[in-house]
Design a binder for this molecule. Structure first.
Ligand SMILES: Cc1ncc(COP(=O)(O)O)c(C=O)c1O
Length: 393
């Protein structure tokens, strides 16, 4: 991978970027891979009667094959979508509704309170359509208890949705064990894999999961492209209708440059995953230890070992959340929770037992591919200075 030609943000007197779970910059090699498909090879991948279209279709086919090969599956099992929100909606609404029409009645669904809103909201829509929904509370470390999941199954349970890694606290769920419980009961399993794919060393070809959601912009790819990976022959109804692209499951003109960029970003992310995982883990430990030295009463949110290496989520007691974030904003780009929570106290931290005030006074710090040791040292200084100042006020 080429080094970015840009100067690290900290040296540009911009806020130090520690919010790489919200999104990532597009990698230069990804931009280069996409470039010809904006103007030189601009055909519609569905225009099979002309050379421009065939050229675009070939590029989509190569990208699809490449993504499928990472999972060891056939390429028809990759459905390109606009991102993970759409992939989640398609899997959850599409499969639950298909099952209801097969069974002649809605069924029961299981998820975790700490899922992303792109999972919770479609499931709550299904609840409005007559399905029953169980939202399990995780243990205080953010992990799903397998006993609790086993107890939650009912005769009518048709679908379970549990994410691979949490977008706020980075906690890794035991997907293999969850999959075993679902398999034993003949229940379908969906997993939002957005934060784990390309970041956590998963054995992708042995994941026994029926529906997986992916997004390119969390792995240094373009925004606006993702995929639903269908790992089974399970029934799935479309949630929109049109020209029949993507096997009629996701109609619409294919965004060829974004698809090419997605495959390139995935290739790069899987290539440097192990090195990045270990390097960022060390940096994250340095960040935590440095902050702990200066703010000994800080609280860590989520499991410390079953956690993405580039995530740290802490609560700072004795400070007001809005003041903490206001003071940090000019110097550090981080967040108190999910980017999609619109400033509300994090539902994830509340599910872990934090109060609304504690949730607001929390920092999600997520490291990126090019985060340096110097940036970590700067972050420790900046955060602890701000906390000290607020505590003296
Ligand atoms: C876990 C998780 N799921 C879904 C999404 C939504 O993904 P997209 O922006 O591709 O729709 C995000 C991004 O914030 C996420 O972190």
């Amino acid at each position: 991978m080429k080094k970015p030609s840009s100067v690290p943000l900290s040296r540009l007197k911009q806020p130090l970027a520690l919010d790489f779970q919200a999104t990532t910059p597009c990698e230069r090699e990804v931009l280069e891979a996409m470039e010809p498909f904006w103007y030189e090879f601009w055909g519609n991948a569905s225009s099979s009667q002309n050379r421009y279209g065939l050229c675009s279709a070939a590029a989509v086919s190569v990208a699809r094959d490449q993504i499928a090969s990472f999972f060891g599956i056939n390429s028809e099992k990759i459905i390109f979508t606009s991102g993970a929100t759409e992939a989640n909606n398609l899997a959850l609404l599409g499969h639950a509704r298909a099952m209801a029409s097969k069974r002649g009645k809605p069924g029961h669904l299981i998820t975790l309170q700490t899922e992303h809103h792109a999972v919770l909201q479609p499931l709550r829509q299904l609840q409005r359509e007559g399905f029953r929904l169980t939202e399990l509370q995780p243990s205080c470390d953010g992990l799903l208890s397998l006993d609790q999941l086993a107890d939650a199954f009912e005769d009518e349970t048709v679908l379970v949705s549990v994410m691979g890694a949490n977008n706020e606290i980075g906690v890794i769920q035991p997907l293999k064990e969850i999959s075993n419980l679902c398999r034993d009961r003949g229940v379908s399993l969906h997993s939002d894999l957005v934060q784990a794919f390309g970041h956590w060393p998963l054995d992708l070809s042995s994941l026994d999961i029926d529906f997986l959601s992916l997004s390119a912009h969390k792995i240094y790819g373009p925004k606006g492209i993702g995929a639903l990976v269908l790992d089974s022959e399970l029934p799935l109804l479309p949630i929109q209708w049109g020209g029949g692209q993507e096997q009629g499951l996701r109609p619409g003109t294919l965004p060829v440059p974004l698809i090419v960029g997605f495959a390139k970003a995935a290739e790069l992310a899987l290539n440097d995953l192990n090195d990045r995982h270990f390097r960022l883990k060390q940096l994250r430990e340095q960040l935590l230890n440095g902050l702990r030295e200066k703010i000994p009463d800080l609280k860590i949110n989520g499991s410390t070992d079953k956690r993405l290496s580039h995530n740290l989520n802490i609560t700072i007691p004795g400070v007001l959340g809005h003041q903490l974030h206001q003071k940090l904003r000019p110097v550090i780009a981080c967040s108190s929770g999910s980017t999609c929570s619109r400033g509300n106290p994090s539902h994830v931290l509340k599910a872990l037992g934090r109060s609304a005030d504690e949730a607001k006074a929390s920092l999600r710090l997520s490291l990126g591919r090019y985060t340096t040791f110097d940036e970590i040292k700067t972050a420790i200084e900046l955060i602890s200075e701000v906390v000290l100042e607020l505590r003296q006020d």
